[in-house]
Design a protein around this ligand. Structure first.
Ligand code: SF4
Ligand code: FES
Length: 331
């Protein structure tokens, strides 16, 4: 529309300006200088008006075209962002296995939850608690796999609820959530960790130094090389979530077995050059309920959300004990 108006102006100028100039020449020829000057002024004015309006028309037209191109592009980008951020939602069933106080038995309760690509099992449970059932007990704190509070059994596997995406676990639009098996039940999905912490504390999980006052005024810093640090660092990532204990078939059949988490911490401090407890630390777990109780099922390492590999740590402890035994026999 704007382009055709521009064309009309162009044609009018192309015809009008030469006519004005031609008339101006004629009037000069006949000595009509005033008329000639007026005609020249009109021709110049026509050229200026054409220039300004034409430029403005082209500029506006260009912007209009740019808008027409940009709009669908913007809509397409918007759709892509929407897809990536997962605003598409789905209704899913969360089946919570919880204790029924009246019948004194476990029962399944099914909740419908609207989930998108970013929904974790923990966020789904919190959604249930805030909108459908405030009595549902869930323990959590950080919501980012750091505090180790939200451990539960999700579709049969001990997992952190805050690190489990619902769609990764979906089978027939249903997710089953149970309290951990290896810890006494307190309420719904919350279990008692007293026994777990006692096991942990029983192995003296901390650096042992002969000089007890050293920590209040060390004469010089204790230096560790990168290699020294790498020996114990993977085992220091434990967040004490208790999932390994829950998955361990030995703990579940022999409660006296100290368990993978505590044993992995024995190795963590034994492998630390700064620790001075030496072989004493090893001998404390040189028992059938200690390292020798492990049957190397490996389930603990498979479920560990921090890649601690307690099963590997226990085998390394066994190796250290055997080295010590060999040394003693030689001596
Ligand atoms: S070793 Fe892994 S699974 Fe076991 S308590 Fe530590 S972080 Fe959790
Ligand atoms: S809430 Fe902290 S680890 Fe899940």
């Amino acid at each position: 529309m704007r382009a055709s108006r521009f064309m009309i102006l162009l044609y009018a100028s192309l015809v009008g300006v030469p006519i004005l100039l031609y008339l101006r020449i004629i009037s000069t020829f006949y000595g009509m200088y005033l008329v000639s000057t007026v005609l020249l002024a009109l021709a110049s004015l026509g050229l200026i008006v054409f220039g300004v309006i034409g430029f403005a028309e082209v500029y506006i037209h260009k912007r209009h075209v740019a808008e027409e191109v940009a709009m669908p592009l913007r809509m397409q980008i918007g759709r892509q962002v929407q897809e990536r951020t997962g605003s598409g939602t789905k209704m899913i069933d969360i089946v919570v296995n919880r204790f029924d106080n009246e019948n004194k038995a476990m029962r399944n309760e099914v909740y419908k939850v609207e989930a998108d690509k970013n929904t974790t099992v923990l966020s789904a449970l919190l959604d249930i608690r805030s909108k459908q059932d405030p009595t549902l007990a869930v323990r959590y704190s950080c919501r980012m796999g750091i505090c180790g509070s939200c451990g539960m059994v999700i579709n049969g596997k001990p997992s952190l609820a805050c690190e489990t995406n619902v769609f990764d676990k979906m089978a027939d639009h249903e997710i089953t959530v149970e309290p951990m098996y290896g810890h006494p039940l307190l309420k719904d999905l919350v279990t008692d960790f007293d026994d777990f912490f006692e096991r942990h504390m029983s192995v003296d999980p901390g650096l042992y130094r002969h000089d007890k006052r050293e920590k209040y005024g060390a004469k010089e810093p204790f230096k560790l090389s990168r290699e020294d640090i790498d020996k114990f660092l993977p085992y220091s990532y434990c967040i004490m979530c208790g999932l390994c204990l829950d998955a361990c078939p030995v703990v579940n059949s022999n409660p006296e077995f100290i368990g993978p988490q505590a044993l992995s911490q024995v190795y963590r401090y034994h492998a630390d050059k700064a620790d001075q407890k030496g072989v004493k630390r090893l001998l404390e777990v040189d028992t059938l309920d200690g390292v020798w109780g492990c049957e190397f099922a490996g389930a603990c390492s498979k479920v560990c959300p921090k890649g601690v590999d307690p099963a590997g740590a226990i085998q390394l402890l066994k190796g250290e004990l055997m080295k010590d035994m060999a040394k003693k026999e030689e001596g």
